[in-house]
Design a protein around this ligand. Structure first.
Ligand SMILES: Cc1cc2nc3c(=O)[nH]c(=O)nc-3n(C[C@H](O)[C@H](O)[C@H](O)COP(=O)(O)OP(=O)(O)OC[C@H]3O[C@@H](n4cnc5c(N)ncnc54)[C@H](O)[C@@H]3O)c2cc1C
Length: 594
């Protein structure tokens, strides 16, 4: 049996009772995705990822992807065959647009399928994650001609997509990038430059790899205003649309790194042969950053999902180990009677911390995905606008909070194993190594926190944050009717007040122009925000469980209430401990001596 079994009970419960799948399925174009159909699809998906992808996780870690002498990437044993099955089964295209050969499922459902893939095999899953981002960019900004040539193949997973942004001198600040695009006078461009850290920049899974590259035109303005996005195929399609001549796009080397070994992280040279890599502009020239954000916003949610996924995988392994490992005596038991470590209160605390955090993060992920569906498919302009603002607010929180907590949960998973966790054979260490990249790429978590404070908090003069706080408070009111949730409700009420206090303080700093102080508090604010949002959603889940929805097993409902109470009574109170860090101002940081 696979060592990863998707927790479909929790997944479907959150979809149905926290994220509002039924409402999503009423949206235009999604009527076929009713909760019953979705549950059946997810069961099938769970089986696939557990049986086909999960067994390759450790193999991928040990073998890694390698660069061959021919300059192409060879993936670990079994990856090619598994990818073929993934595409044939339609999982690659499940939530992609029907118009281009996709399954047309809501994003809310696509997110669950992707979460399962990431939980089964994080490094492998990055290939389709980037392809999905490429599809979004091309669908939204590409010309009809480019769409006609590339979209269907990308949607079906026949070809893959990559994001080529980073350069040695341009990481968080993409405005510093130097890659040049020279117009050829016939609508095409030749690109010259070096890109680093390009995930799945090459592979042997698909017949072609389509790169989305940020570069500058000769007369471009400095900084981010002068960046354009180009589509650069590995093989230039011939007249029939099939992969033809090899482009001047060379994989120079693969990075040696801490984790996600199966994911080739490429150093790339464009124009190495002197000719220049042939490319086509996507969208308007000089609007590359704006267009790239279409890819990045989807990818940010995709990366946040990695925190959920790695936390779940680490939890499942730790739970199994804790049931099997005999060590120590239970309090009050005889001297000779050793017990499985799961009986010790401290081990139970670690396991419950992992479980509760994963469920809170999963709830945030699905709720955010549902906002995306309402934003793109909502019936009225007003519904689409409201969902779009909420989506914008929650995106940096999904990315940064889920990935920070994901790393902590992977670390806790190692701790549950004791010394065995530190030994590679156990597998727990791989999750910790794999998890560590997620807070870094797709905009570091520090950059996400800045986005939250400088761009999202001021949205509509603070009304977007205020509306969320009001909605959270309504959950507290409902919790007051349930004596078993009294403690949780009090904590949630306190935590919401703390969040309002931090938000007001930061808003005042921004209004007075004291940006340094606002930025100094950005990271603790994001952590506080995520923790409180997690409390709100676990509160919603507990309320739903207490209303005993039919067709959900009573044992699961009781378990959900206990897990939610643990989050509310023991994790959530930590949020208010962050208020003083949020309001600490810039003084201490500015005067720090290093
Ligand atoms: C395994 C891996 C895969 C990757 N995949 C891709 C990919 O597919 N495509 C791609 O284009 N890139 C990719 N990247 C690059 C990744 O997105 C960058 O590493 C990331 O954006 C950070 O840039 P940097 O490494 O230059 O760090 P820097 O920008 O140098 O940042 C260093 C530190 O300074 C902080 N910092 C920087 N600027 C500020 C600021 N203004 N305010 C506050 N703090 C700041 C950062 O938060 C960070 O803590 C990948 C990286 C890795 C390691």
């Amino acid at each position: 049996m696979s060592d990863y079994v998707p927790r479909l009970d929790d997944i479907t419960f959150i979809l149905d009772h926290v994220a509002g799948l039924e409402e999503v399925s009423k949206l235009n174009g999604y009527q076929h995705a009713d909760p019953e159909t979705v549950a059946a699809i997810l069961e099938e998906a769970g089986r696939f990822f557990s049986e086909v992808m999960a067994p390759l996780n450790q193999i991928g870690d040990r073998q890694g992807s390698v660069l061959t002498e021919e300059g192409t990437v060879r993936t670990p044993d079994g990856f090619k065959e598994a990818y073929r099955k993934y595409v044939e089964a339609g999982w690659a295209a499940a939530h992609m647009p029907e118009k281009w050969g996709g399954g047309g499922l809501p994003y809310t459902v696509g997110v669950v399928i992707e979460e399962m893939f990431k939980t089964a095999n994080l490094a492998f899953s990055l290939c389709p994650t980037l392809t999905h981002g490429a599809v979004e960019a091309l669908r939204t900004h590409g010309s009809e001609e480019l769409q006609g040539t590339y979209l269907e193949k990308l949607v079906r997973g026949q070809w893959s997509g990559t994001m080529n942004l980073t350069e040695p001198e341009a990481g968080s600040d993409l405005g510093a990038l130097r890659t040049r695009a020279v117009p050829q006078g016939d609508g095409t461009y030749r690109l010259f430059g070096t890109k680093i850290f390009i995930t799945w920049g090459d592979q042997d899974l698909t017949e072609n790899v389509i790169h989305f590259v940020l570069a500058r035109l000769p007369d471009a303005a400095p900084g981010t205003r002068g960046i354009s996005m180009f589509l650069v195929p590995k093989f230039i399609p011939d007249d029939m649309g099939n992969p033809g001549q090899r482009n001047d796009f060379k994989i120079v080397s693969l990075e040696h790194k801490l984790g996600i070994h199966a994911s080739p992280t490429c150093v790339v040279s464009l124009g190495d042969a002197g000719e220049g890599a042939l490319g086509w502009v996507v969208g308007e020239a000089n609007e590359g950053m704006r267009n790239m954000f279409t890819m990045m916003n989807a990818a940010r949610i995709g990366v946040g999902m990695e925190g959920v996924a790695i936390g779940e995988r680490a939890y499942q392994r730790a739970l199994r180990y804790a049931r099997d490992r005999i060590q120590g005596r239970a309090i009050g038991a005889s001297d000779t009677e050793s017990v499985p470590i799961i009986e010790h209160p401290d081990v139970r605390r670690m396991l419950l911390t992992m479980k509760a955090n994963v469920e809170a993060m999963r709830s945030l992920l699905y709720v955010t995905a549902a906002e995306a569906d309402h934003h793109f498919h909502g019936e009225t302009e007003e519904q689409r606008r409201l969902a779009g603002s909420r989506l914008a607010l929650l995106t940096p929180i999904v990315k940064a909070w889920c990935t920070d907590v994901g790393v902590e949960m992977a670390s806790l998973g190692v701790q549950v194993h004791g010394g065995a966790g530190y030994i590679e054979e156990t597998g727990a260490a791989q999750y910790l190594r794999d998890s560590r990249i997620a807070p870094i790429y797709e905009g570091t978590n520090g950059i996400q926190a800045i986005d939250l404070v400088l761009r999202k908090l001021p949205l509509e003069d603070g009304a977007v944050v205020t509306a969320l706080i009001t909605e959270m408070t309504e959950v507290v009111i409902q919790m007051n009717h349930h004596p078993e949730l009294a403690g949780f409700g009090d904590e949630l009420s306190r935590a919401i007040r703390g969040l309002a206090e931090s938000s007001t303080w930061l808003g005042e700093r921004l209004a007075s122009g004291d940006i340094q102080s606002a930025l100094a508090g950005a990271t603790p604010y994001l952590r506080q925000f995520g923790t409180v949002v997690g409390g709100w959603l676990m509160g919603k889940a507990a309320l739903a469980a207490l209303s005993a929805p039919p067709a959900v097993k009573p044992e699961f409902l009781a378990e959900k209430v206990i897990t939610a109470r643990f989050y509310g009574e023991q994790i959530l109170p930590l949020a208010n401990g962050l208020v003083s860090a949020v309001k600490g101002g810039a003084d201490i940081l500015e005067n720090a001596v290093f």
